[in-house]
Design a binder for this molecule. Structure first.
Ligand SMILES: Cc1cc2nc3c(=O)[nH]c(=O)nc-3n(C[C@H](O)[C@H](O)[C@H](O)COP(=O)(O)OP(=O)(O)OC[C@H]3O[C@@H](n4cnc5c(N)ncnc54)[C@H](O)[C@@H]3O)c2cc1C
Length: 462
């Protein structure tokens, strides 16, 4: 039996980042991971592999659609799907091996196997029981099920199966117009698959600013997506090569079916807590299956903490990482902190979509008076030069104080640009502060400055 200051169960971005910070702060740390590689959902079957395929297919799209416009002539590249998947697997391997290296460098023990908590202060892995002053549950999430839909990861797949289809399908039905469905749909649409998205609600990417939702859906339609909105999937039947999706339109209860090669179930994710022994310990679980924690990520059982997708909040890698760092600081007697009001959300479609802070809808609901500064990429010289002038930057500022309350971007490098606004918001900046900051020309970030100008006396290039 080994004794640790901290044992973390799960090596995703929450768990591994927590472990590194604990080790840096001088705590003896171990991580339990049952999968063959470190890095969790994010590195193995989530953020990283999906972005690799999005990058490769974006390059293909550029070659097919924009190269000749720039005088780059010649045959457009063809797709070797096996090689593209091998590239994706190589990216995964480089990243997961990188975490192994960081564990060794920081003297973090990897306890191989599936962990459970037989009692507070103890973690069982296989036949071995280890002691820990503090235990962190960082077991992440898995795809939620949908009644009437049985996943086989061949014809009816989750995002995990979608990352590894053996051939490019002619048709794909994506159930759910959330981030994962639209990103994986984009990968296949660019590879020539006819993608149909069936969504229960009337807008894509629930919870995002309405302007973004409408613009994203319009752009994806232009890219070949078909959307069936306001439709509840009733069930999926499948053979070895095909599937049939039955759905009902909410507006008139009419039922219809759709035949397809592949069905991607992307209706959301749920926390993983099975097998940890939490019921027997009396750890409080919410009606949504999340481990309930307080402001210090402590559960109701002394010495047991939880972070990441296993607890409440957006299921995002950077949110899990920030919680991992904060709880480690807490163990070391410091004051770990996460600003939940400032967690950016990014969709890596083309164009990218990024959001932070309040939406117009949330400000209306709270009765906050606000000013809108909106700037179209049509007025951004750099965006026009690279054929990415569709979209906008929208900044919401307090009508009285001019303090920035939220920002919503759809356009090139939105996922990078949003951080300029995150930092401004962390420092309580006004839109005028952003507007008065010199931005290099010609950059995409000039669009952010113009939107900030538009909150006040007006954008220049509008
Ligand atoms: C296709 C896809 C794309 C995504 N893209 C993005 C993105 O672009 N940006 C973003 O921010 N987020 C993205 N996400 C979400 C992101 O992956 C998660 O929010 C993040 O991985 C959560 O981190 P975590 O540490 O809480 O858990 P996870 O990464 O899920 O890791 C949990 C780990 O715990 C292990 N584990 C579970 N139970 C046990 C046990 N009993 N014993 C031992 N080990 C155990 C699991 O094997 C796993 O390795 C994506 C997700 C998917 C599915």
């Amino acid at each position: 039996m080994a004794s640790y200051d901290v044992i973390i169960i799960g090596s995703g971005p929450g768990g591994y980042v927590c472990a590194i910070r604990c080790a840096q702060l001088g705590l003896k740390t171990a991580v339990v991971e049952g999968s063959a590689t470190l890095g969790g959902t994010c590195l193995n079957v989530g953020c990283i592999p999906s972005k690799a395929l999005l990058h490769a297919t974006h390059m293909l799209h550029e070659a097919q659609h924009n190269f000749t416009k720039m005088g780059l002539m010649g045959k457009a590249p063809s797709v070797d799907w096996k090689a593209m998947r091998a590239y994706k697997d190589d990216v995964i391997a480089q990243n997961t091996k990188g975490i192994e290296f960081l564990f060794k460098k920081n003297k973090i023990d990897w306890l191989h196997g599936w962990g459970s908590i037989p009692e507070a202060g103890k973690v069982q892995v296989g036949d071995e029981v280890h002691e820990a002053k503090n235990i962190v549950i960082a077991t992440g999430s898995e795809t939620s099920s949908l009644p009437g839909v049985t996943v086989d990861e061949k014809i009816v797949v989750t995002s995990t199966g979608a990352l590894d289809l053996t051939k490019i399908p002619k048709t794909m039905v994506v159930i759910g117009a959330g981030v994962i469905g639209l990103e994986m749909g984009s990968v296949y649409a660019r590879l020539g698959t006819q993608v149909t998205v069936i969504e229960y609600l009337d807008a894509v990417t629930p919870g995002m600013d309405k302007d973004l939702q409408k613009t994203l859906q319009r752009i994806l339609k232009k890219q070949g997506f078909t959307f069936i909105m306001g439709a509840a999937v009733q069930g999926v039947t499948s053979t070895k090569t095909k599937a049939t999706v039955t759905y009902k339109l909410r507006k008139d209860d009419s039922e219809a079916t759709l035949d397809t090669d592949i069905v991607l179930l992307a209706t959301g994710r749920k926390p993983v807590t099975d097998g940890l022994g939490l019921d027997a310990l009396g750890v409080e679980i919410s009606p949504h299956g999340q481990v309930v924690t307080n402001a210090n990520w402590a559960t109701n059982i002394t010495g047991i903490f939880a972070i990441g997708d296993a607890i409440a909040g957006p299921m995002l890698a950077h949110k899990a990482e920030d919680e991992g760092i904060a709880v480690a600081e807490h163990f070391a007697g410091k004051s770990g902190h996460v600003n939940y009001g400032l967690i950016p959300g990014v969709i890596y479609t083309s164009p990218e979509v990024a959001s932070v802070g309040a939406t117009e809808q949330s400000l209306k609901d709270q009765g906050v008076a606000y000013a809108i500064g909106k700037f179209s990429y049509m007025g951004n010289g750099r965006a026009k030069a690279v054929f990415q002038a569709e979209g906008f930057v929208k900044i919401l500022a307090d009508k009285t104080t001019d303090r920035i309350l939220g920002a919503h971007i759809i356009g090139p490098y939105a996922g990078e640009l949003i951080h300029e606004i995150c930092i401004a918001m962390e420092f309580g900046a006004s839109a005028q502060d952003l507007a008065l900051t010199c931005h290099a020309h010609p950059t995409f970030s000039e669009a952010v400055r113009e939107a900030a100008l538009a909150c006040g006396s007006g954008a220049i290039h509008a």
